[in-house]
Design a protein around this ligand. Structure first.
Ligand code: AMP
Length: 579
C-alpha cells in the first residue's frame, strides 16, 4: 500500500495521483487529508505555497462532494486570478477520473456571462477571487447558500490585498453549518481574527515553523551604495548565467525602469506591474513560464500568485516597505522540493531591517559580497567553455566547414581556443575591466568578509548533474568528513560550481579529489583564481559599456524541462527528501 492509499483516498483520486506522478504525500497533505476525510471539522493550516496545499484541501473536498448532485457544494476563495486558475486546473487534474465533477473558476478580467454558464452547468466546486465572487452573488449568477465546504486559500494575502470586507460579505451568503478550511503562509493578527470570527474550534496544523520561510531557501544580503543597486543587480545576474528569477522592486516606476535597463543591457528581462494591461501581463507571464524571460522584474502586488515552480533566485532589488512581505517574496523560490536563493541588495542604513526579517523568518542571512569583475569573468569563462563542450553540433554547418577550414588553416588547437574565447568573451572582459568593487563594508556585521585563511575551489559538477547548493554541500561534507560549517559559499552553476573551506582543509580537499571518479567520470577540484567571496578596495565602478542585445553571456540556456511530480528532488544524487 503506498502512502497515499494510507491517507484514505478513493480509487479515482489514487489513479489521478498516479497519473500525475506524485510519489509521496507532502507534509501538509499527510497532516490534513486524513483529518479532513474522517471528520466534519474546521481547520487552520499554516503552509506556504509550494508545499502541496492545493491537494491537501483539494483531495478531501473532491472525495466528499456528492457528484450525483449538481448543487454547488464547495467554495474556494483565493487572492488572485492566477492562483484561482491554478487551483481550478489542479482540481481538474485531481478529478480526471470523476467525469461528473465540474469545477468553475470565477475571476475578474474575463467574461462574466461565460463564467455564469460554467457555474450553471452544475459546478459542484467554485474557485473564485473575492471581487468577482461578490459581483456574481449580487447578480444572482451563483448560489452558495448550500455549500458544505469553504476554503480560504492564502488568507494572509487576501487580507493584505484588502479583501476582509468582501470575504465577510461572501461568507454571509453561506450556511452556518459548513466546514471552513483556512490556509495561510503566515498568521498575522488579522488572519487569527478571521479564524476566530468564521470558524468553530478549528483543528490546527502547521507545516514547518510558524511564520518561517521555506527552509530550503538560502537568504543572502549584499551591502552596496544606494546608487550602485543596479550595478549590483547586473553583477549578481552575471555570476549566475542560468538564473531564472523574480526581481522585486518597491514601486511600479522602479519596476519598469529596472526592467527597461536590463533589456537595454542585453538581458532576458521583463516587467510585471499594475500599470500594464491584463493582456500585457499575460504575455509577460507566458514568456516567463517558457523561460524566455530569465529576470522578471515585478512589484509585490503583481507578483502575487506567480505559480512557477523552478525559480532559482528571488532578488530583492529593494526591501519591501512591510518586512512581512519578505516571506512572500522569498517563498517564490524553493518550491516543489527544490532549493532556492533569496538575495537582498541593501544599503548600510537598511541593515537593521535584516535583523528584523531574520526574526520573522527564523532563519539567518548570510552576508555576501558582490562578486568582483575577476570572479564574474572566471565564471563566465567556465560557463562559455562548458557551453561549447555541451553544444550539439548542428549538421547544417557541415556544408560550410571547408571554407571555414581554409580560413583557419595553420592555427593550432591551443591558439584556436584562445581566439574563439576572446571573440565571445572580449566584450565581457572589456566591460568589467573598468569595473571596480562596489561593496560597502557593513560595520558591525557578524560575518567576516576577508578572504584570509579561506580557499575557494572550482568543481566540475553542477545543477545538470543533479546538484543544488544543499546537495553539493552534503556531498562534499560526506566525502571530506567535515562539519556543518566547514564548507561554505557554495555556488552551483549549470555544469560547474564553487565552494570555500578554511585553508587548513585545502590539502585534504585537493587530495580527496586528485583521482576521484564517480559514475565513471572524473570529479575534478581546483583552487579557483579568486579566493573569496570578495576583496579589493572600494571604488565606484561599472563602466557603461553595453552588452550586445541578447547575445553572448547570460543568454537563455534553458532547454530541459524539470520533471514534476517527484518531490524527493530533481537530481539523481539528491540526498535530501523534501516531501
Ligand atoms: P501547491 O503548494 O499546491 O501550489 O503545489 C505546488 C506543486 O506541487 C503543484 O505543481 C502540485 O501539482 C505539486 N504537488 C502537490 N503535491 C505533490 C506531491 N505529493 N508530490 C509531487 N508533487 C506534488
Amino acid at each position: 500500500m503506498n502512502k497515499f492509499e494510507q491517507l484514505g483516498l478513493n480509487e479515482q483520486l489514487l489513479k489521478a495521483i498516479n497519473d500525475m506522478g506524485f510519489e509521496t504525500p507532502s507534509e501538509v497533505q499527510e497532516k490534513a487529508i486524513p483529518v479532513l476525510l474522517a471528520n466534519e471539522t474546521d481547520m487552520v493550516a499554516l503552509a506556504q505555497t509550494g508545499t502541496g496545499k492545493t491537494a491537501a484541501f483539494g483531495f478531501p473536498m473532491i472525495q466528499k462532494i456528492d457528484v450525483n448532485s449538481r448543487t454547488t457544494q464547495g467554495l474556494i476563495l483565493s487572492p488572485t486570478r492566477e492562483l484561482c486558475l491554478q487551483i481550478a486546473n489542479e482540481l481538474k487534474l485531481y478529478s480526471k477520473h470523476i467525469p461528473s465533477l465540474n469545477v468553475a473558476a470565477i475571476y475578474g478580467g474575463a467574461s462574466i456571462s461565460e463564467q455564469a454558464r460554467q457555474v450553471k452547468r452544475g459546478a459542484q466546486i467554485v474557485v473564485a477571487t473575492p471581487g468577482r465572487m461578490k459581483d456574481m452573488i449580487s447578480r444572482r449568477m451563483v448560489d452558495i447558500s448550500k455549500i458544505e465546504y469553504c476554503v480560504l486559500d492564502e488568507a494572509d494575502e487576501m487580507l493584505n490585498m484588502g479583501f476582509y470586507e468582501d470575504i465577510s460579505e461572501i461568507l454571509s451568503h453561506t450556511p452556518k453549518e459548513k466546514n471552513t478550511w483556512l490556509f495561510s503562509a503566515t498568521m498575522p493578527k488579522e488572519v487569527a481574527r478571521i479564524a476566530k470570527k468564521f470558524m468553530k474550534e478549528p483543528q490546527e496544523i502547521t507545516v514547518g515553523t510558524k511564520n518561517s520561510a521555506a527552509e530550503n531557501v538560502q537568504h543572502e544580503y549584499y551591502v552596496v551604495g544606494g546608487r550602485d543597486r543596479y550595478l549590483a543587480l547586473k553583477r549578481l545576474a552575471d555570476t549566475n548565467p542560468d538564473i531564472f528569477s523574480v526581481v522585486f522592486c518597491r514601486t511600479k516606476r522602479d519596476t519598469q525602469k529596472v526592467a527597461e535597463r536590463l533589456i537595454e543591457d542585453g538581458y532576458n528581462a521583463g516587467a510585471l506591474h499594475g500599470d500594464l494591461s491584463q493582456n500585457q501581463r499575460d504575455i509577460v507571464m507566458k514568456a516567463f513560464r517558457a523561460k524566455q524571460i530569465q529576470m522578471l522584474v515585478a512589484t509585490d502586488v503583481a507578483a502575487r500568485g506567480i505559480d512557477v515552480d523552478d525559480i532559482t533566485h528571488v532578488i530583492n532589488y529593494q526591501l519591501p516597505d512591510e518586512i512581512e512581505t519578505y516571506t512572500h517574496r522569498s517563498g517564490r523560490t524553493g518550491r516543489a522540493g527544490k532549493s532556492g536563493i533569496s538575495m537582498v541588495i541593501i544599503t548600510k542604513s537598511e541593515l537593521r531591517k535584516i535583523h528584523s526579517i531574520e526574526r520573522i523568518i527564523q532563519q539567518k542571512f548570510e552576508t555576501k559580497k558582490i562578486p568582483t569583475a575577476d570572479e564574474i569573468c572566471e565564471i563566465q569563462l567556465y560557463h562559455l567553455a562548458s557551453k561549447i563542450k555541451n553544444t550539439e553540433v548542428n549538421q547544417e554547418v557541415e556544408n560550410y566547414l571547408p571554407a571555414v577550414n581554409d580560413v583557419l588553416e595553420g592555427i593550432d588547437r591551443e591558439e584556436l581556443i584562445k581566439k574563439m574565447v576572446s571573440v565571445e568573451f572580449g566584450r565581457f572582459v572589456e566591460y568589467y575591466k573598468k569595473a571596480g568593487d562596489i561593496n560597502v563594508s557593513a560595520n558591525g556585521s557578524p560575518q567576516d568578509f576577508s578572504s584570509e585563511g579561506k580557499v575557494r575551489y572550482f568543481i566540475n559538477v553542477g545543477s545538470r548533474d543533479g546538484y543544488d547548493w544543499m546537495v553539493l554541500k552534503d556531498f562534499l561534507r560526506e566525502q571530506l568528513q567535515l562539519g556543518k560549517d566547514d564548507i561554505f559559499k557554495v555556488d552551483v552553476k549549470e555544469s560547474f560550481s564553487f565552494f570555500n573551506t578554511n585553508a587548513e582543509h585545502s590539502e585534504a580537499v585537493l587530495q580527496m579529489f586528485s583521482e576521484f571518479k564517480m559514475d565513471g567520470r572524473f570529479i575534478n577540484v581546483e583552487i579557483s583564481k579568486n579566493t573569496r567571496g570578495g576583496g579589493g578596495s572600494r571604488r565606484k565602478g561599472g563602466g557603461g559599456n553595453k552588452r550586445g542585445k541578447n547575445k553572448g553571456f547570460g543568454e537563455k540556456r534553458f532547454g530541459k524541462k524539470g520533471g514534476k511530480g517527484n518531490f524527493s528532488g530533481g537530481g539523481k544524487r539528491r540526498s535530501r527528501k523534501k516531501f
